[in-house]
Design a protein around this ligand. Sequence first.
Ligand SMILES: Nc1ncnc2c1ncn2[C@@H]1O[C@H](COP(=O)(O)OP(=O)(O)OP(=O)(O)O)[C@@H](O)[C@H]1O
Ligand SMILES: [Mg+2]
Length: 268
Amino acid sequence: MPQTEPVNVSPEFKSDLALEAKGLTRRFGGLIAVNDVSFTVNKGEIFGLIGPNGAGKTTFFNLITGLIPPSNGQMLYQGTEISRLRPHQVATKGIARTFQNIRLFGNLSALENVMIAQHVHSRSGVFTGVLGLPPAPQEERTIRQRGMELLELVGLSDRADEPAQNFAYGNQRRLEIARALALQPQVLLLDEPAAGMNPNEKHQLSDFIRQIRDQFNLTILLIEHHVPLVMGLCDRIAVLDFGQLIALGEPAQVRTDPAVIEAYLGAE
Ligand SMILES: Nc1ncnc2c1ncn2[C@@H]1O[C@H](COP(=O)(O)OP(=O)(O)OP(=O)(O)O)[C@@H](O)[C@H]1O
Ligand SMILES: [Mg+2]
């Protein structure tokens, strides 16, 4: 019988867990950006990560996605250690993200940005996409069609051929979500997706995030400063302050936590 299970699954792994941080720590010289953080994220959860500027939220995403290695500790994905993998390896395992500082190919069209991401899963491979070599025609058609479906989903299909740099901030963020979904992830990390959106767009984004969670069976981690959005959307919230986890729980719990009010929310 072929062995299908990875051998390094931790013995205490529970199948309802998507992610597990264990004593995760990242130092930059003398600064401890993420300090001994441990918590779990359940499959299917919309999980918020909040805290003041410089608290270590983006660094935490960078640790999950292999952009930087941890100084100490582990990040487990479905029971398997991922924190020392390369970013493309993490992506092929099913973890996709958007960036606080948007990273689109500005001179490529919206559709091309989404199509390139799909090449990770295509037979021709990612390098064909990056080098601009054409994949097999049938595959190209499928990728294009899927790209258009994703643009439709984020409300940008009528602007598929426009360069990404022409898009307003909010639309660029939507396009980044489409590109992340093109990787067919199981876990989606969103770093401040509502930044640059007006109140109406923020409200729509909230509904949209719930919709894609349900439609694609996603687990979603969300970094966001807009407190009403986070409180209304997330099943649970973790609060970081100076790299440390100072609170973890359901929105109602976190909102009234004195340490969170002191560090982040302020007296309302
Ligand atoms: N590559 C790096 N080199 C050195 N210091 C870094 C690096 N990346 C982050 N830092 C520092 O680590 C700390 C945490 O930064 P991080 O970007 O994770 O915060 P954040 O919670 O995402 O903040 P914000 O809400 O402003 O986006 C900050 O003090 C930051 O200056
Ligand atoms: Mg950040």
